[in-house]
Write a protein that binds this ligand. Structure first.
Ligand code: PMP
Length: 361
């Protein structure tokens, strides 16, 4: 840190992204990317758009916005495209957080909510999860605060129903409720349609997971026209050309190929259930994930130890050194072959850790 940094920035702890190692080739199951490449049409569309990179991208992203709106069954005025969904979350904290407009979110959830609150000096309260790591929706009734909930939650993978979400939204009419649906395509039901009924609901989505475009950086917010206008105000006050032309072209092509991506999601969900069951047989506690990751712990090996032992053997998963999460690791669901390798290597690690006992658990 330099001596010039302002106090506001100096005091915050920034977000620490998952490792993106360049040293050797790992089976990379640590940042919830898709193991499947973008479809050929997406690669072609992005390459074609590269020829026009001398010009700025469309600040309104009209074509992409209308294709997305159509896909989601809403109006284009109800959609704002962003540079990953991190950017729409950033906009939302900037637009709705204030010293008099605090935020609440679960104590174990996506780490960026706390970082954005800190960045904008917004007071926040972290609401503990239930013992089984699920969210008690009653904790979110009449909070007097803006709310951010990932659904399914990360890193637990646990899902709330649309009915549960609706109760939270209607019990907080004077505040904004952000439902972060980064992982909704892997088994959940989207609450997007509720935006027609509630003017305080913002649903955020990403192309990073189910649409194999993590490196393209494309996300969006879906909400009432009035909320979208607020969020556009942040965009036009910070980064009007937030979505680049190659990514916009890739996004349009990806939605035209939605069947390819949604069938990949079904494969990932099958691999999740298959590998979750195999890990349970080895004595792991495995949350009932509706996302493209598993959140697991084992009585014979600590989370950090398991993470390090997997890494030594060429498999990268994510460990969170945080109260309530440290005995767990989060494993992104990859291809069937990658998951079989994970299970095999895990068996070897457990055998070295007195795993014969695992059979009896
Ligand atoms: N929300 C959740 C719950 C996430 O796990 C992530 C991924 N790190 C994001 C949002 C942001 O993803 P992206 O910016 O790639 O859309």
């Amino acid at each position: 840190m330099s001596r010039f940094i302002c106090n506001g920035l100096a005091r915050i702890s920034e977000y620490v992204p998952g490792e993106q190692p360049r040293d050797k080739k790992y089976i990379k199951l640590n940042t919830n990317e898709s193991p499947f490449a973008p479809s050929p049409a997406v690669i072609t569309a992005a390459a074609k758009a590269a020829a026009g990179l001398n010009l700025y991208s469309d600040p309104e992203q009209s074509e992409l916005t209308s294709v997305c709106a159509k896909y989601l069954g809403v109006r284009p005025e109800e959609v704002l495209m962003t540079n990953g969904s991190d950017e729409i979350l950033n906009y939302a904290f900037a637009a709705y957080g204030d010293k008099d407009a605090p935020f609440v979110f679960p104590s174990l959830t996506y780490g960026f909510y706390k970082v954005f609150a800190d960045l904008y000096n917004v007071p926040f309260r972290e609401i503990p999860l239930k013992k089984d790591l699920s969210i008690d929706i009653k904790d979110y009734f009449d909070t007097g605060a803006n709310i951010a909930i990932a659904n399914p939650n990360a890193p637990t993978g646990l899902l709330l129903s649309v009915k549960d979400i609706e109760q939270i939204v209607c019990k907080n009419p004077s505040r904004v409720v952000i439902i972060d649906e980064a992982y909704i395509d892997f088994g959940g039901k989207s609450c997007v349609r509720l935006i027609n009924k509630y003017d305080n609901l913002l649903v955020t989505r990403t192309f990073s997971k189910s649409f194999s475009l993590a490196g393209g950086r494309l996300g969006m917010g879906v909400a009432s026209e009035e909320l979208i206008k607020d969020l556009k105000k942040v965009k036009y006050s910070t980064n009007p050309y937030n979505v680049n032309s190659m990514t916009a072209a890739a996004g349009i092509a990806a939605l035209k190929d939605a069947d390819y991506y949604l069938s990949n999601c079904r494969v990932i969900a099958e691999n999740r259930d298959m590998s979750g069951a195999a890990l349970k047989k080895l004595g792991f506690k495995v949350t009932d994930s509706s996302a493209n990751f598993l959140f697991v712990s084992h009585p014979l090996i600590g989370g950090k130890d398991y993470y390090l032992k997997l890494k030594e053997r060429g498999i990268l998963v994510r460990h969170f050194d945080k109260a309530g999460a440290s005995e767990y690791v989060r494993i992104t669901v990859g291809t069937a072959e990658q998951m079989q390798k994970l299970i095999k290597v895990t068996e070897e690690i457990l055998a070295l850790n007195g795993g014969e006992k695992a059979e009896n658990i």
